[in-house]
Write a protein that binds this ligand. Structure first.
Ligand code: AMP
Length: 217
């Protein structure tokens, strides 16, 4: 069973790789970022609470985030595996998840880290476009939609995320190094961390991950 956590700095390609993996292995792609953006769009109580935090590139509280993940992972569609993208992002979340994952029978068994040098990340972030409706991700340089500015899946006009700008990116990257990168050691010690270098581009990284996952079966 694949209970996967996908890690990596902002712009490394987590969302893009999560999409094909979820599809190929028929497991739900659970992105906490997407869930938060959805809440913001719907104007729910949660959405209003986190709006400013997310838009300025800061992290939502561990308590709120863990509660949201617990609720989502408890759903029956996660019983045969899942792909977590963007969670856990702090040591406190990882520790809470170690307990909570066992409690709900959804402990992670594989952590895939998509590494990427800093200088490539900013370019990937500012050229990224997303579909506000179905969440599909594109890039105006190397992952163009068939029709410019329009989502291939649902025909919606693509947008640039509010937090995909240079200034916000800097804070997100600083948060990554301060709060999230230490998790790599946490999972290394548990013996479930596997690292992939994404500087060779999308297709190359995809091929390497595919070979690795194929070798597990
Ligand atoms: P992402 O789409 O993964 O880049 O996430 C977008 C934003 O959502 C982040 O910059 C945070 O504000 C928030 N967020 C997503 N996942 C988490 C998490 N695990 N913990 C705290 N905040 C999160």
């Amino acid at each position: 069973m694949l209970n996967i956590i996908l890690m990596g700095p902002p712009g490394a390609g987590k969302g893009t790789h999560a999409s094909w993996m979820a599809n190929d292995y028929s497991i739900p792609h659970i992105s906490t970022g997407d869930m938060f953006r959805e809440a913001m769009k719907s104007g729910s109580e949660l959405g209003n609470k986190i709006k400013d935090i997310v838009n300025r590139g800061d992290l939502v509280s561990d308590e709120l985030t863990c509660a949201l993940v617990r609720e989502r992972l408890s759903q029956p569609d996660c019983a045969n595996g899942y792909l977590l993208d963007g969670f856990p992002r702090t040591l406190a979340q990882a520790e809470a998840f170690a307990t909570m994952g066992e409690e709900i029978g959804r402990a992670p068994n594989l952590v895939l880290n998509i590494a990427c040098p800093d200088e490539l990340l900013i370019n990937r972030i500012i050229t990224r476009r997303v579909c506000p409706k179905c969440g599909a991700g594109y890039n105006i340089i190397n992952l163009k939609p068939k029709k410019e500015g329009i989502c291939d899946n649902c025909g919606t006009e693509l947008i640039q995320r509010k937090d995909d700008n240079e200034e916000t990116f800097k804070l997100r990257l600083a948060n990554y190094y301060k709060s999230t990168a230490p998790l790599l050691d946490f999972y290394k010690e548990k013996g479930i961390l596997h690292e992939f270098d994404s500087s060779g581009g999308l297709e190359h990284t995809k091929k390497t991950i595919k070979e690795f996952l194929g070798g597990l079966q």
